[in-house]
Design a protein around this ligand. Structure first.
Ligand SMILES: Nc1ncnc2c1ncn2[C@@H]1O[C@H](COP(=O)(O)OP(=O)(O)OP(=O)(O)O)[C@@H](O)[C@H]1O
Length: 296
């Protein structure tokens, strides 16, 4: 299978600021990849290089088998705050973009239906909500069946239902073979809705993989919340010397290696335990772990 996007050893500096250092990655057809990173990590710079808007200082990049910019007709971009002319209707806006891209405008209404805007197609964009404007942006990005969609924080400012609808649309595009690269600060959301996470920190790719892979690599401690049956707190604390009293229960943190042995010790006291909750490290914990590792 030929990758839709391949990047190897990419570097880009602005004056003394290294925006990208030795970044390598590949995105396959049908893959949904999330690009995470703190403010200034290099996400927008990477997207601009992919789109051919700025040239890298070093390294190699191929987009749909061509140099960035050469494959523009196969690449769609949705900026974080897509701006539209408020006096145009949704239908006029999409028709206009279709003409610019040399696409038959007869498909404009179908495209608006696809992003859930059919009912408002003939209303001025100035009367649209933020979520509706974001859908216009997505409809515009879908013109011409792009093979790669580059989306800059596409769901920021959207309500939960609009976010879910948005990701369902992306799922359909990915199922049809499109590759999706989206940046986000909404960690929990991308954990559930993408295939792979990339974490940039200070211009370097500090982690890459599915959440279970990153979780394993980070090997962060697991938390356990134990609720003792009446009168047994002291017994449990003497059997588990690392446990502390917290929020009316007992809290224990142990390494991934010790997890099963600790669970076995708790289970041996089951007549004294009312409840046990095992809390794995959150995506925020994993994200901070990798970002910190790079000195952030
Ligand atoms: N045109 C430019 N001139 C000078 N410095 C720049 C330029 N573009 C980006 N930078 C710097 O490069 C670094 C990476 O910026 P970039 O915009 O790629 O980060 P980002 O991860 O997209 O951040 P955010 O989440 O805030 O959008 C930052 O230190 C930024 O100040």
């Amino acid at each position: 299978m030929t990758s839709t996007l391949t990047i190897s050893h990419l570097t880009k500096a602005f004056g003394g600021v290294k925006a990208l250092s030795d970044v390598s990655l590949a995105v396959e057809p049908g893959e949904r990849v999330a690009l995470l990173g703190h403010n200034g990590a290099g996400k927008s710079t990477l997207m601009k290089v992919i789109l051919g808007l700025i040239a890298p200082d070093g390294g190699e990049i191929t987009v749909c088998g061509a140099a960035p910019g050469k494959a523009r007709s196969q690449v769609a971009y949705l900026p974080e705050n897509a701006a539209f002319h408020s006096a145009l209707t949704g239908l006029e806006q999409i028709t206009y973009y279709m003409r610019l891209r040399g696409e038959p405008v007869s498909g404009a209404m179908e495209l608006l239906d696809r992003v859930g805007l059919g009912h408002a197609a003939k209303r001025r964009i100035g009367t649209y909500s933020k979520g509706m404007r974001q859908r216009v942006g997505l409809a515009q990005a879908l013109i011409g069946h792009p093979r790669l969609l580059v989306l800059d924080e596409p769901t920021s400012g959207l309500d939960p239902v609009s976010r879910r609808d948005f990701y369902e649309l992306l799922d359909g595009l990915a199922a049809d073979g499109a590759s999706i690269l989206l940046s986000s600060h909404a960690l929990t959301e991308v954990e559930a809705r993408t295939d792979r996470l990339l974490i940039l920190s200070g211009g370097r790719m500090v982690a890459e993989g599915s959440l279970p892979e990153l979780r394993r690599e980070a090997a962060l401690p697991v938390s356990m919340q134990i609720t003792a049956l009446n009168g047994y707190v002291t017994d449990i604390m003497s059997a588990l010397p690392d446990a502390i009293r917290l929020n009316g229960g007992l809290h224990l943190s142990c390494t991934q290696e010790d997890k099963l042995a600790t669970l076995a010790r708790i289970s041996a006291m089951q007549e004294k335990v009312a409840d046990l909750e095992v809390i794995p490290p959150s995506l925020e914990d994993i994200y901070s772990h990798f970002s910190r590792r790079d000195g952030q």
